[in-house]
Design a protein around this ligand. Sequence first.
Ligand code: ZN
Length: 262
Amino acid sequence: MKLSLNTATVKKQWTLAQIIDGCVRHGIEGISPWRDQVAAMGLKPAVSSIREKGLTVTGLCRGGFFTAKDWRDDNRRAIEEAHALGAQCLVLVVGGLPAGSKDLAGARRQVRDGIAEILPEARKARVPLAIEPLHPMQAAERACINTLEQALDICDELGEGIGVAVDVYHVWWDPKLQSQIKRGGRRIFAYHICDWLVPTRDLLNDRGMMGDGVINLPLIRSWIEGAGYAGFQEVEIFSERDWWQRDPDEVLRTCKERLAIC
Ligand code: ZN
C-alpha cells in the first residue's frame, strides 16, 4: 500500500505549502489536508500546488459535527472544497452530544439525519463521504458514532456515496473489528494509521508512531487488504509531546521507515 500523509502529523512545524514540498522530497505520494490549513494557504493555491506536484488527495479533513449549530453551511463548504481538491473522500467526524444534552440516542439520530441531508449534494459533487467512527472516549465531544458497526449500519441505510474511514487509533480495541472490516469491503474509503501508546497521556494529542505502541498493525492491515481495500495507508499522528516537537523531516523519514516494518 502506498503512503499518504495526514497533514495534522506535522501541522505544528509546517504550513501546508511546506508539507506539500516535504511529501515530494520524501517520496510520499498521498496527502490528506485539514481544512484550516487549506484555508490558510488559500483553496486555489492549494489545489494547483497539489496538482502540480502530482500528489493524490486521499481525503479532506473534515466535515461532520452534525450536532453543532452551523452544520449545514459548514458541510456544504467542505463538500465544495473536497471537490476542488479532487479528494478521494470527505472525512466526517460526526459530532458528539449537543451542548447541555444527555440524549445520546437522539444525537445519533441527528447525525444520521444530517448525513442523509447532505448526501445528495455530495453525490452530485462526486465526493464520497467517509464516516470515521471515533473511540468511545470521544462520544460526548467529537463523535457519537463509535464503532465500525454503527457507521456501516448508517451506510446500509443511506446507500450510495457513503462509506467509512477506518482509523486504527479509534477502532483497534473493537472485538468485532475483523468482521466489520470484512463487512465494510468496498465501502472502506480510507485507512488511517498510528499507534496506541501505553500509557496514553492525552485523549486527543498523544498518538504514537507506528511500532511504538500496542496496535497489531500488520494484522489489521491484512484484514483491510482482505476486504479489498487498495488505497493508501494514511499516517495521522497528533502528538503534542513528541512528534510535533521534532524536526518534520525526521518525522516523515520515520513514518516511511516504520511503515516498512509495521
Ligand atoms: Zn483519522
